[in-house]
Design a binder for this molecule. Sequence first.
Ligand SMILES: NC(=O)c1ccc[n+]([C@@H]2O[C@H](COP(=O)([O-])OP(=O)(O)OC[C@H]3O[C@@H](n4cnc5c(N)ncnc54)[C@H](OP(=O)(O)O)[C@@H]3O)[C@@H](O)[C@H]2O)c1
Length: 332
Amino acid sequence: MPQDSPSTPVGSSCGLGDVGILGYGSQGRAQALNLRDSGVAVQVGLREDSASRAHVLRDGLVSCSLDKLAREMDWIAFLIPDEAQPAVYARLEPLLRPGTALVFAHGFNIHYQKIIPRDDLDVLLVAPLAVGEKVRALYESGGGPPCVIACARDASGQALLRAYRYAQALNRKPVRVFESSFAEETETDLFAEQAILCGGLNHLIAAGFETLVAAGYQPEIAYFCCLEEVKYMADLISARGLAGMREAISTTAEYGDFTRGPRVIGEATRAAMSDLLAEIRSGAFARELDQELQQGGARLAEFRRRAHEQDIETVRQRVLGHSRKAVGPGDS
Ligand SMILES: NC(=O)c1ccc[n+]([C@@H]2O[C@H](COP(=O)([O-])OP(=O)(O)OC[C@H]3O[C@@H](n4cnc5c(N)ncnc54)[C@H](OP(=O)(O)O)[C@@H]3O)[C@@H](O)[C@H]2O)c1
């Protein structure tokens, strides 16, 4: 259920104490800057020789070692890649003070027990519902990201309230939060990535493009129809919802949607979605990923190599080159 944080007026976030941000990537930078601008004392923990140290200084923030962060901060936000978190946590755990709040932006490592924190720590989920750049842009324009919050361990007796307060400090206006669990956030997030946002969409685009090209249509035209126009439709859906999007498209497109869409996303696709969800819920997906990374990621590297060599990528380079040339005066 969405909730506004009633017991946390805007501005009260300044009483958070010292917050340590681990990592200065997509979420790390956005969250560190939002917290700082909300009046929170923030330090950014970086590994030795980190290339991000200069960036942190340029942004007017203080950087320190991971060990110092672990020893001195009241909060530690794990904003390094999920696959790096277990080893870093294991190293830092002996340094953490009792009562420290561990903040995660994604539930994966806690839910699948890749990290099992000490009993005397609060374990919080504050997952902004936006990518890092958007987390910062929303704040700069006077708002902030809605957040999914949860608590996996409540050593202080105040863990969920602490999660609210952290989420509030990422916002300028009263934050909209969705109270959830590590399991729900992790499982829904993985499912959406696999079935829709990454796996589903990428393969739908490639299959559509390849179908048109195999039927003899120009690859450039197929590229625009199947890939570039996705952005316009995604913007429409985001602004108006599925029903509103249908009101904005032609009757021809709408009729094709209602009658042909279910043939593409039919029973077989729904059954595959159920299978994906079952693998996520049983932990089979997490174990498979773990095994792949433990063995050096050769299969992943091969997937990446082949993805770069797809025809649609070659056509994209050609199309972008041509459109740039076409805008110049005198170009034919
Ligand atoms: N990306 C998003 O917008 C997004 C959205 C929602 C939730 N999340 C969650 O937020 C968390 C952070 O994701 P992210 O995408 O923001 O991460 P990211 O951009 O990939 O993080 C990069 C940062 O992590 C540091 N780092 C990498 N490996 C490290 C290690 N072994 N030891 C110490 N530091 C290390 C890098 O250090 P250097 O600077 O030294 O290279 C860099 O500062 C994840 O749990 C993710 O699931 C992300």
